[in-house]
Design a protein around this ligand. Structure first.
Ligand code: SF4
Ligand code: MG
Length: 338
């Protein structure tokens, strides 16, 4: 499969205080690095998950891809075209082929617009005014399994699950090649979560778009995605096929996230290691391996030397940043020793 979206060495930085205040307080670095040199690609029709605790940089990557946030460096190319350097107008044809589903299903819908206006807004934004708004709204509602008379409703008249469906329908309006779904199940009841995910999966089968899912819900990752990237403090610390990582995580942080999953696999040996402590502040990054303050396998070198990514000997697509990547056998011994 060829790459639809390719992100290379992406860096995003936020200011934490203005230049004058920084000068007055003697602060040398009045900014934080929210995304630090992230590279990945999404192939046509594929589903990739970005996984990590809040503040790990997942949503920032999404916002940068769709142009809501500027990168300080790095490249983003879509279907072979570098888009980070394009002007707003030049970007538009590419942005039209990507759609974002924002995190809050109801809050992300403008409260004064009817469902019909919400669904057809993408046509207006992209200058496709000749479309028959009524017919388009009806078509989109049908795609997401809602009756045509929902077109007259306002966001406050929708349940969370219905609002999510409208979010999906709106994302599909321009028949995108890529949908970015930021926490698609957040705030929904478990039964509704299943419905929404099944709907997304069915639409992907029918329409063939790629999906980038941003989530900390590992059940979503397991059931929906082909590959996953685990983030910690703005970096990828493990990337690989979803099946492979669930079966054999190599990074201790991944292992701990899998262990914290509310529905762990009862047969997996690796599911018993706990994640201790809080995520460090981006303003005070730990030295060496940034996970060493929470890692139960940390050794001397870990606080001194930053681990470069290495690939699994038997799977070049599976890479991780750790001086002492987990072996199945070692994890089994540790569990037995307890
Ligand atoms: Fe833990 Fe060391 Fe690996 Fe970092 S490099 S994850 S501290 S074992
Ligand atoms: Mg987020």
């Amino acid at each position: 499969m060829s790459a639809l979206l390719r992100v290379e060495d992406l860096r995003v930085r936020f200011r934490t205080m203005g230049p004058l205040k920084a000068l007055a307080t003697g602060t040398k670095a009045p900014f934080i690095d929210a995304v630090c040199g992230v590279s990945f690609e999404i192939r046509k029709g594929e589903t990739l998950a970005l996984v990590g605790e809040s503040g790990s940089g997942k949503s920032t990557i999404a916002r940068t891809i769709i142009g809501l946030q500027r990168a300080v460096s790095g490249s983003i190319s879509f279907d072979g075209q570098e888009i980070e350097e394009l002007s707003g107008a030049e970007r538009k044809p590419y942005l039209r082929r990507m759609a974002m589903m924002f995190q809050d299903p109801i809050g992300s819908l403008s409260p004064r617009l009817t469902v019909r206006s919400l669904l057809t807004e993408p046509f207006r934004i992209h200058g496709l005014k000749d479309r028959d708004a009524g017919a388009e709204a009806e078509r989109l509602l049908r795609m997401v399994g809602l009756p045509a008379d929902f077109a007259r409703r306002y966001p406050h008249q929708l349940s969370g699950g219905q609002a999510r469906r409208i979010g999906i329908a709106r994302a599909l309006a321009l028949n995108p090649d890529l949908i970015i779904a930021d926490e698609p199940t957040a705030g929904l009841d478990v039964s509704v979560q299943g419905e929404v995910l099944n709907l997304l999966a069915r639409l992907q089968d029918e329409l063939g778009m790629a999906i980038l899912i941003i989530t900390h819900n590992l059940n979503v990752v397991r059931h929906m995605t082909d590959r996953m990237a685990i983030m910690y403090l703005g970096r990828f610390i493990e990337v690989g096929s979803t099946e492979r990582i669930f079966e054999h995580p190599r990074h201790p942080y991944t292992e701990a996230l899998l262990a914290a999953n509310p529905e762990p696999d009862p047969d997996a040996v690796l599911n018993r290691i706990e994640l201790k402590g809080e995520v460090p502040s981006l303003m005070r990054r730990p030295s060496g391996c940034e996970f060493h303050t929470r890692c139960c396998y940390a050794q001397d070198i870990c606080s001194r030397v930053f681990p470069e990514p290495s690939a699994s000997p038997d799977d070049a697509e599976h890479s991780f940043r750790c001086h002492f990547p987990l072996e199945r056998e070692r994890a089994a011994d540790i569990v037995e020793d307890r």
